[in-house]
Design a protein around this ligand. Structure first.
Ligand SMILES: C[S@@+](CC[C@H](N)C(=O)[O-])C[C@H]1O[C@@H](n2cnc3c(N)ncnc32)[C@H](O)[C@@H]1O
Length: 433
């Protein structure tokens, strides 16, 4: 994984990046970390990176040009990095967000200083992250917090592969108490069970201790934890009250996107297609039936976006809502977006990344079968299912997706309407038996 750090104090990061586990991971080539001095991109001879705020007020603000130039230079070297601004106004950082960010191959971390950065840099930033409700003098320590916590989740960084997954927070619980030699310290003995060599008993004891600790110290965390039937049984055997604990459920997180641009026409040329009332209604109804999160209609054309919104609003708030409220409920699933890029960016802002699966009527392109796809979705993987209009999704989209599903049918004629294909594929992926 690669980190690029944009800072005006690169020396601040030198020592933490060159000690212990991070140093070893860098030496092993698992981590590539580069600091960039924003001052090197300053325009004037004094290398100024800050200026007075328009409208007056306290402090200084980081100028937009040096940081924009620094970001462009990093992107020119390697495109596609996920840009994170460290900011007290960002999304609160926790272990779950660390795990989400660890999915990226390349993170670009911007360390603010002074009163923060010029707000017009927003277009250069994918998301903002705060390490807590307090204000620091700069983003370097928060950047280090991200690098440290994300790195230890990467395969090969920690000595023992399982250590990170058994940490506090990883499963919504604080870690159990731990002991090492000597067996008796200050008159206190190590709990007997840990000497027993009975691994099942040790596992049960540790789980019970974790629940007890979390209940006392962080009851807020416990509300988010889930327990398998076996764990609940073990906890009861250990005398732990389980009535308030949540049994395990896997939430399906599948969204659908119907792409109107870029798609192909029958001559394989790139075109944009018109939205249809039929697709809006029927795919929204299928989405509601199968528990899809959001049905995205992707069109860059403003008149088409307006038309889609008018139809949706008619059924959600207009006469349609009175005439047939169920239809409004289905159409509430629809969101209109101008491009797949903005959809991915929005998902990134929410801190989540999609496994993108494309559908096609063409034979020979499939990379995943329906059974395997169904298992991935059932395991709770955040999935975006792409459908094309016209003669199908453009090659530029197909080349970017994670997987392609096989075409439906098999009797020669394969010209299903897209809304039929959506219903069939949703049934294959989401139907309860
Ligand atoms: C003094 S702070 C600016 C605070 C800003 N005036 C505000 O009230 O939101 C300077 C920089 O430190 C970093 N920073 C400060 N506190 C942080 C936190 N809790 N989490 C992440 N970054 C923080 C940010 O990069 C920020 O731009």
């Amino acid at each position: 994984m690669r980190f690029d750090i944009m800072t005006i104090f690169p020396d601040l990061l030198e020592s933490p990046l060159n000690e212990g586990i991070i140093r070893r991971a860098r030496a092993a080539g698992i981590l590539e970390i580069k600091s960039h001095n924003i001052r090197d991109f300053a325009l004037d001879k004094h290398a100024m990176t800050d200026d007075r705020p328009f409208g007056g007020g306290e402090g200084m603000v980081m100028k937009p040009e040096p940081l924009a130039d620094a970001l462009q230079t990093v992107s020119a070297e390697r495109a596609g990095g996920h840009v994170v601004l460290l900011s007290p106004q960002g999304r609160p950082y926790n272990q779950a967000l660390a795990a989400e960010l660890a999915e990226y191959e390349h993170l670009i971390l911007i360390c603010g200083r002074y009163e923060g950065i010029d707000d017009r840099l927003a277009d250069y930033i994918d998301e903002e992250v705060s390490i807590g409700d307090y204000v620091l003098t700069g983003g370097e320590l928060p950047a280090m917090v991200l690098i440290d916590s994300i790195s230890r989740l990467l395969p090969g960084v920690l000595g023992c592969e399982n250590s990170a997954s058994r940490d506090s927070f990883s499963c919504g619980l604080l870690k159990h108490p731990q002991f090492t030699r000597p067996r008796v310290f200050a008159g206190r003995e190590v709990p007997e069970v840990l000497m027993s060599g009975d691994h099942q008993a040790i596992r049960r004891w540790r789980l019970a201790q974790s629940v007890k600790r979390t209940r006392v110290r962080r009851p807020d965390l416990l509300a988010g934890a889930q327990f398998s039937a076996e764990e609940l049984k073990d906890l009861r055997a250990e005398g732990i009250e389980t009535s308030g604990l949540r049994p395990e459920t896997t939430e399906v997180r599948l969204d659908v996107a119907l792409v109107h641009y870029p798609v192909c026409n029958k001559n394989k040329e790139i075109i944009g297609s018109a939205i249809t009332n039929l697709d809006l209604h029927d795919i929204a109804r299928a989405s509601a039936t199968y528990g899809v999160g959001t049905y995205y209609v992707v069109t860059p054309y403003e008149d088409q976006q307006r038309l889609a919104m008018e139809i949706i609003e008619h059924w959600r708030q207009g006469f349609g809502a009175v005439y047939n409220p169920d239809r409004g409920q289905a159409l509430a699933k629809v969101a209109v977006v101008d491009s797949l890029e903005s959809l991915f960016k929005e998902a990134g802002n929410r801190g989540s990344r999609y496994h993108v699966m494309a559908t096609t009527a063409a034979h020979g392109a499939a990379t995943i079968g329906y059974n395997q796809a169904r298992q991935r979705v059932a395991a709770g993987e955040r999935t975006l299912l792409l459908f094309g209009t016209g003669w199908g999704l453009a090659a530029e989209i197909m080349s970017q997706v994670d997987d392609v599903l096989p075409p439906l049918g098999g009797k020669g004629y394969n010209h299903l309407s897209v809304r039929s294909a959506v219903s069939i594929i949703l049934d294959r992926l989401l139907a309860s038996e």
